[in-house]
Write a protein that binds this ligand. Structure first.
Ligand code: PLP
Length: 390
């Protein structure tokens, strides 16, 4: 009961919210919410209601515990858990938009979200414009009579651009638009967009929230009850819900979120400093570096810079490939947010589907490399980068 309601700190909520021991008659007092595998729940009599659960697609006790915990961490009234980040986004878009509507999205967006806008919702006559929202004023120019939604990631992927969530929320609300923030990169530990004025937060919990590269998931967090009911109706009607086992794994991951985020950040900052002074490195992009163009804004709206950084090396795409293949500790892989360090070449991997001109125009050059810094010993990570750069 209590951990969810009381104004406890983040780490306390991570451990306790949604998982208070159950002492009702016959209950066991588990300190960990059980994995409720049942797909259906019985009632005693035809005309008597069930104990609250009927069918797992509609509501499941393990998933509900996770939804409660996620809402507590984002300081949201409501949370919903889906089978992936993109399932969460799809269900959300189906809840907010209809044919003829228009979305304004940040130009440096997760590739899968861009694909969803440009190749799926586009077919239902929902158009998206992509704007560099690091200049909040550009939002004004992009608003059309049919615009309904602004979609933001901050910091962005892979360029780590930071946008002013408060300023963008103010412009959006002046035009009756909803602001959605994808908070995957920082997790609620470092940034809470709802408290900055965003209307809805989405997450790929596959990343930091799950934290161990072993469970796919997505979530939607918000305060508006009417909207919540609309989304929940579609969560059940569309059916892309998180399974009980995956809900359990995510609950388990969240318990160390605060510890992990601190270590991710500590390692990322040390690596950023190391790379910055290396002669083969052209530039380092990390919001925790005073050289980052939005360093002050990042300090104002976040409590930390997370574990993802990008950097550009001198040379050609072949040099970048050679460097990546020489690394021993960093796995050459897409995704981010797990305890293990991952490295990738956006031009050839996560952003290969983006046309080269478009890529270069927004700054994703052939030698731009993205790291998701894990929680290993920093010295080992730096030694590995050092030998591969040499
Ligand atoms: C991975 C990711 C998604 C998509 O989530 P999935 O769980 O892979 O479906 C959305 N947004 C961001 C920022 C991501 O990194």
């Amino acid at each position: 009961m209590t951990a969810t309601k009381k104004n406890y700190g983040f780490a306390t909520k991570s451990v306790h919210a949604g998982e208070e021991p159950d002492f009702r008659d016959g209950a066991t007092g588990d300190v960990v919410v059980p994995i409720h595998l049942a797909t259906t729940f019985a009632r005693k009599k035809v005309n008597e209601p069930t104990a609250g659960y009927e069918y797992t697609r509609s509501l499941n006790p393990t998933r509900k515990a996770l939804e409660t915990k996620l809402a507590a961490l984002e300081n949201a009234a409501y949370g919903l858990a889906f089978s992936s980040g993109l399932a969460a986004e799809t269900t959300l878009l189906l809840s907010l938009l209809k044919s003829g509507d228009h979305i304004i999205a940040f130009d440096d967006l997760y590739g899968g979200t861009k694909r969803l806008f440009n190749h799926i919702f586009n077919e239902y006559d929902i158009a998206a414009s992509f704007v560099d929202l690091t200049d909040a004023a550009l939002l004004n120019d992009a608003i059309q009579p049919n615009t309904k939604l602004v979609w933001l990631e901050s910091p962005s992927n892979p360029l780590l651009k930071v946008s002013d969530i408060q300023a963008i929320a103010a412009i959006a609300h002046a035009h009756n638009l909803l602001l959605v923030v994808d908070n995957t990169f920082l997790s609620p530990y470092f940034q809470q967009p709802l408290t900055l004025g965003a209307d809805i937060v989405v997450h790929s919990s596959t990343k930091y929230i799950g934290g161990h590269s072993d469970v796919l998931g997505g979530s939607v967090l918000l305060n508006d009850e009417t909207l919540y009911n609309r989304i929940q109706y579609r969560q059940n009607a569309v059916g892309a819900v998180l399974s009980p086992f995956d809900s359990y794994l995510t609950l388990r991951g969240i318990k160390t979120l605060a510890l992990r985020m601190e270590r991710h950040q500590e390692n990322a900052l040390k690596i950023a400093h190391f790379l910055q002074q290396h002669p083969k490195v052209k530039r380092v992009l990390y919001p925790g570096l005073p050289t980052h163009p939005q360093y002050d804004l990042a300090r104002k709206q976040t409590s930390g810079s997370g574990g993802v950084l990008s950097f550009e090396i001198h040379g050609s795409i072949n040099d970048a490939e050679q460097f990546l293949e020489r690394l021993e500790l960093f796995a050459l892989a897409e995704s981010l947010g797990g305890v293990e360090s991952l490295i990738e070449l956006p031009a050839a991997m996560t952003h290969a589907s983006v046309a080269k001109e478009v890529r270069e125009q927004i700054g994703i050059t052939d030698t731009l490399i993205r790291i998701s810094v894990g929680v290993e010993d920093t010295d080992d990570l730096i030694a590995d980068l050092q030998q591969a750069l040499a």
